[in-house]
Design a protein around this ligand. Structure first.
Ligand SMILES: Nc1ncnc2c1ncn2[C@@H]1O[C@H](COP(=O)(O)OP(=O)(O)OP(=O)(O)O)[C@@H](O)[C@H]1O
Ligand SMILES: [Mg+2]
Length: 428
């Protein structure tokens, strides 16, 4: 009903009628003024009409003022309810940084009742060491004239509860009012739980990385030990067997062709066993890598790959390759080995190339092929571990790995490992 009445009052026809009435009254006043005391009755009527108009104006004015006041009070009450039911703490301070508004969430967050907070300084809710900086930031914000922004974008902000406990928070600030009576409103969110979860996640990621590094090292050590044992122990035994066999062959009764053929067969078998044993040992870990270094081991790897796969492969190794830390040499060797194995298994390539260079304090490796190329979904295969292991190993050394389409088609694996070692923070 109220709104129907109100809209009737604001209707253009009613406004036009009011204006017409006022104009008529003005005209009557003008006529009465011109006629002067010659028309006393008209004068009396006009005076009465004027008084009535003034009274009506006063009533309408009073109603407008009352309605406006009612509106203001209603919207203030509504705002108060919104502010008080907000999940985030809302605090407004005046130009002297004293609190003028402190909502229910702020009471809970700072463990302080509103009546104790309002009128007091904001500083009591900021740890002492940040107070100066905080005032500075608010002053600077006021000077920018921007109406609102997030506080402490890159850093964590800290609040101080009434019981003296500090806690991390996230805040945004807005300002209003003129320079002398400027108000600042901060909206705060307690991020203690989120920070705890983030810290726990960071810790568990660090533990996992450490665990993975240890696992890789342990695997590499184990492989080295078995390769050495195969090479030294088994190698010596096989050599002794070969020597014994040739001693026996020299003493075989002459003219016994069957015995001679069996002995020759045994010799061939022994040679094949030695070859297999060497291959297994070097697949496990090329002892050359420890004894002669990455350049020789990589050259041998490429040669062996070309021989076994039939894919023509070039290798280019920087002449100034320094002595590499064992971890870096192993990671690079394993990356080249995995890339070449992948080319043999998946690429269908005719040719491949390997380049190992030193650039800007880092060792840089590129392995390219001209095969079918790698697809994005290949990298996401859950059961494939080769490239994932490679990425992990390189990341542990503070390096980076890129797998993409090669400029001439096919696949390009590029990696970079810094030679200065892994920065402590990254390693942690
Ligand atoms: N040079 C390449 N050319 C084409 N596809 C490739 C190449 N290298 C890898 N891929 C694709 O990427 C996938 C993932 O390779 P990745 O080395 O991680 O695993 P995998 O070789 O399948 O198994 P493994 O865990 O034994 O290494 C491969 O299955 C293959 O489809
Ligand atoms: Mg693989």
């Amino acid at each position: 009903m109220m709104s129907v009445k109100a809209s009737l009052v604001r209707h253009p026809a009613v406004t036009a009628a009011g204006a017409a009435l006022l104009l008529a009254l003005l005209a009557l006043n003008a006529v009465a003024f011109l006629l002067g005391f010659d028309a006393p009755r008209l004068q009396g009527a006009v005076l009465l009409a004027d008084m009535l108009a003034i009274a009506a104006g006063a009533v309408i004015g009073a109603r407008v003022v009352l309605r406006a006041e009612h509106h203001t009070r209603a919207s203030r009450a509504q705002l108060h309810v919104i502010v008080d039911s907000a999940m985030d703490a809302i605090i407004t301070i005046d130009a002297a940084h004293n609190i003028v508004l402190f909502n229910r969430a702020a009471e809970q967050m700072f463990r302080c009742p509103r009546r104790e907070a309002v009128g007091g300084p904001l500083d009591r809710f900021i740890p002492e060491r940040f107070r100066g900086a905080h005032r500075g930031h608010i002053g600077e914000f006021a000077r920018t004239g921007v109406t609102s922004r997030r506080m402490g974008d890159a850093t964590t902000l800290w609040g101080l509860r009434a019981d003296g406990v500090e806690f991390p928070l996230e805040a945004s600030i807005s300002q209003g009012g003129a320079a002398g009576s400027r108000y600042h409103t901060v909206i705060l969110r307690d991020i203690t739980l989120r920070k705890m979860a983030e810290d726990a996640l960071r810790r568990s990621q660090r533990d996992l990385r450490e665990f993975s590094a240890r696992l890789l090292d342990a695997r590499e050590e184990e492989k080295t030990r078995i390769a050495r044992e195969l090479h030294d122990e088994l190698g010596q035994l096989l050599t002794a067997l070969k020597m014994d066999l040739s001693w026996l062959r020299e003493r075989l009764p002459p003219h016994d062709a069957e015995l001679a053929a069996r002995a020759a067969e045994m010799g061939t078998l022994l040679d094949r066993t030695v070859t297999s044993m060497r291959r297994i040992a070097s697949d496990l870990r090329p002892l050359m890598l420890d004894d002669l270094g990455l350049a020789d081991a990589a050259a041998w790897l490429v040669e062996d790959f070309a021989k076994r796969s039939g894919v023509a492969c070039r290798i280019e190794i920087a002449a100034d390759l320094p002595d590499l830390p064992k971890g870096v040499a192993t990671a690079v060797y394993r990356a080249v080995q995995e890339s070449l194995t992948n080319i043999a298994r998946h690429a269908g390539a005719d040719s491949a190339s390997v380049a190992i260079r030193v650039d800007n304090g880092a060792i840089q490796v590129e392995v390219e092929d001209d095969g079918r190329g790698i697809a994005a979904e290949d990298l996401a295969k859950t059961r494939s571990l080769g490239l994932k292991g490679m990425r992990e190993r390189i990341a542990l050394l503070g390096g980076s790995l890129e797998i993409a389409r090669a400029p001439r088609g096919g696949t390009r694996v590029g990696l970079r490992v810094p030679l200065r070692g892994v920065p402590q923070e990254e390693a942690a």
